[in-house]
Design a protein around this ligand. Sequence first.
Ligand SMILES: [Zn+2]
Ligand SMILES: [Zn+2]
Length: 333
Amino acid sequence: MRRKETVYYNKTKEELKHELKQKAKDLGRTPRIKDIENLTLYTNGFGSWNNALIAAGFKPNPRRAPDYANLSEQELIDLVRPQLYPLIKQKEYEKIRKEFNFPSGAYLAVRMGGWNNFLLKAKIPISTTTETDEELIAMYRRLSDKLGYPAKISDLNESDEIPNYSIFNTRFDGINNLRRLAGLPHNESRPMIKDEEIQNALIFVRKKYGEIEYMELIEVLKTEGLPSARTLFIRLKADGIKHLWEIAKELEEQLNICKASDCTNKCSPRKSYCSHTCRHRESGRRRRERRIALGVCLQCGGEKDRPESDHCSECYAYFHKRYKNSTTAKMDT
Ligand SMILES: [Zn+2]
Ligand SMILES: [Zn+2]
């Protein structure tokens, strides 16, 4: 077994170049990485695959690996996304990525805060699997029994008998919860965030910021001190940002959330607003929007003399007088 390898490594650069040319003749084209059985032989001998091609007189691969560090997260996603499919495991990605000259899965995972997060950001569905929660828990228990300890994340990702950890993470929000549900030793220290808190966070963000993109959502949740986007996706079982906003709309209906655009209170049954103040504020806001759309005075709804102004001249004069009165009143005191 070892002997074969030794023979390989004994090849001179001239021999390697000759083999590349022979390969090209057989293939009728410039060899690609996937055509080569022992790539390291060439990368070690010539410094890189492209250098080996150049040395053998071929044009280097036009899809040369870009400097991934210079690419933004979105650019990285755009690069690899066409080749990704739902539920792709990091292990499976590593197999296909060489063919396309993609960055390693480990690199993507580091850049995106984990493989699961990368899939989320790339909007690759991660929560669809046919197994029920009970079946998944049973599978996890079986694997742990076999191993003799509560299976670790890496055990799940390496085993071919069980779905990737991302599936479990999506369903059960972390390995600790999974262990708790499977009746295996686990850590109780981190309390679960309540469902209500998760729902409120989502409704609050939708009201205040609208249906924003995933990356923006991450930032907003951070600045507002709310649970992470990952937690929201997992706990609400959303498999994409669009799905998440659909869930938000459904929750607002279900919980009968106040229709005022800046209020997240629940209303009594058959009421649209939680309070008179909310009703007034909202109707004022709607009137204002209507008046902006019509291009009329925001105060009285009358014709404006100057379109660039917010108010008609009458209202403007009234405001001006009041302002003057209030300042002179202040100066008097
Ligand atoms: Zn309200
Ligand atoms: Zn007016």
